[in-house]
Design a protein around this ligand. Structure first.
Ligand SMILES: [Zn+2]
Length: 105
């Protein structure tokens, strides 16, 4: 059940970083691990690819130390999706992290 939520969080995370700078798989694995997300290449790469095929990320290749690396940057559509995602995170946090709320009676 929480797996869908996990993947959604990862997607928002990816879009956020792709908005800041060009990103690549190994960078994301490390970055996500530092936030406590253990994600395997078998999950990360299909997720990146689905963001790409849905038009949320641009992709380009560059050779780094003789190896071809795929970089991703955010598209305009990706930026709109990121804004929606941020709005949802904000709303969710506002409700579930609000410790002063009154319980329903
Ligand atoms: Zn991050």
């Amino acid at each position: 059940m929480l797996r869908d939520f996990f993947l959604g969080s990862i997607k928002i995370h990816i879009l956020y970083h792709a908005d800041v700078e060009p990103i690549y798989g190994a960078f994301l694995m490390e970055e996500l691990a530092s936030h406590g997300y253990e994600i395997s290449p078998g999950t990360l790469y299909p997720t990146l690819n689905s963001l790409y095929t849905n038009g949320l990320l641009h992709k380009y290749e560059e050779t780094v130390n003789g190896k071809v690396r795929k970089y991703y940057t955010i598209t305009d559509k990706g930026r709109l999706t990121l804004e929606e995602g941020k709005q949802q995170v904000r709303e969710l946090a506002r409700e579930v992290l609000n410790e002063n709320h009154r319980r329903n009676e």
